[in-house]
Design a protein around this ligand. Structure first.
Ligand code: TYM
Length: 349
């Protein structure tokens, strides 16, 4: 297995959103189709990451399987021999490498992570966040770095919100390579190269339909602003029709002055598979916001109806068989990376 690795993960705490789909499922499936046979594709569920934000533990196991089914509904071809699907907690090396990396990570680095800061603010109504925020949330990026470094992954297609986490994985990999020898880790490529690899000018960040300054998120209680992949298609279309826009009066793709409109234009481009420039050219200067909303609502409704019917026909027994085989194969890869690290840091002869 000497091929370059493309790797991504989606947590399973809640129902995935159309933001997860457009920011992560879709790019991963596109890359798989484009590079079939040339790269190894790792798609995993970071189930240990799932409880860094509130979850229903009774649902976690079932949600993990559901998430994998969503990936297959999105088009991931699990019959490809170079594609591996697995659950993080079934491969103990993730937790073990995390501890070692933790000891080479600085508090200041973790404190600077935007996601940590944002989530800390959310869970702190009293201003004394330290009391209610878990160490797991603080440490989240280190576990993510282990997820990437264990499999020698160069390419990590993720949404724009994960940019800093890719950078920290790279920094940690390089730091240990400098200290223990260049051969220890293959590090993920820098963000700009990640975008070029995925053929994107900018990272994808789908915003809340109600608060377009914020990203659409499954962990924020914002049901009118969030479209879940399980939403009734007609209800989702209504949410789009109710999206917050602005009073500018003419359509422009400009995140600073017209985030709501730009969000709709981005959703339309990604859902219709057209280049953002082409969509922007078709709509710029148009004064009829209602027409744009209608186009996005129709695209969303059609997409969800089709996606949900594909989900219904996913063969769960084939999924489980693939999962078991992948977990056995990936345990070997991860254990061999871990052993290399254990030797380098002096834990093994
Ligand atoms: P999660 O589950 O929070 O998000 C999964 C993926 O969805 C993307 N995403 C979005 N993209 C565009 N617009 C949005 N509104 C939006 N919301 C979410 C995220 O960028 C992500 O790609 N930390 C990862 C999970 C993870 C991981 C990894 C990914 C753990 N270890 C190793 C890659 C490699 C995350 O954000 O999960």
């Amino acid at each position: 297995m000497n091929r370059d690795v493309i790797l991504t993960g989606i947590r399973s705490n809640d129902e995935p959103t159309i933001g997860n789909y457009l920011g992560a499922f879709l790019p991963m499936v596109e890359l798989q189709q484009k590079f079939a046979g040339e790269y190894q594709v790792n798609m995993f569920v970071p189930d240990l990451h799932s409880f860094t934000t509130p979850i229903d533990h009774a649902q976690l196991y079932a949600n993990t399987i559901k998430n994998l089914k969503y990936f297959i509904a999105a088009g991931l071809a699990i019959e490809n021999e170079d594609t591996f699907i697995y659950r993080q907690s079934f491969i103990p090396a993730h937790s073990e490498l995390t501890w070692i990396l933790d000891c080479f990570t600085y508090m200041g680095e973790m404190q600077r992570m935007t996601q940590f800061k944002e989530k800390t603010l959310q869970s702190s109504s009293s201003g004394t966040a330290e009391n209610s925020v878990s160490v797991g949330l603080f440490n989240y990026p280190v576990l993510m770095a282990a997820d990437i470094l264990l499999y020698n992954a160069k390419w990590v297609p993720v949404g724009d919100d994960q940019k800093q986490h890719i950078e920290i994985a790279r920094d940690l990999g390089l730091r240990l390579n400098n200290k223990f020898g260049e051969e220890l880790f293959i590090v993920p490529e820098e963000w700009k190269k990640q975008l070029a690899f995925a053929k994107r000018d900018n990272g994808v960040r789908i915003r809340s339909l109600v608060n377009p300054e914020k990203k659409m998120s499954k962990s924020i209680a914002d049901p009118r602003g969030t479209i879940l992949l399980s939403d009734d298609p007609a209800v989702a279309a209504k949410k789009v029709m109710g999206a917050t826009t602005d009073s500018v009066g003419s359509i422009n793709f400009d995140w600073d002055t017209q985030p709501g409109i730009s969000n709709l234009l981005q959703m339309l481009a990604l859902m219709s598979g057209q280049a953002q420039e082409d969509i922007n050219r078709a709509w710029t200067g148009n004064e009829r916001y209602g027409d744009l909303k209608k186009a996005v609502a129709e695209a969303t409704e059609a997409f969800l109806a089709d996606f949900q019917s594909r989900y219904q026909s996913v063969d769960e027994s084939a999924l489980l068989a693939k999962l078991e085989a992948s977990e056995a194969a990936m345990n070997e890869v991860a254990s061999s990376t871990l052993l290399r690290v254990q030797k380098a840091v002096g834990l093994r002869a």
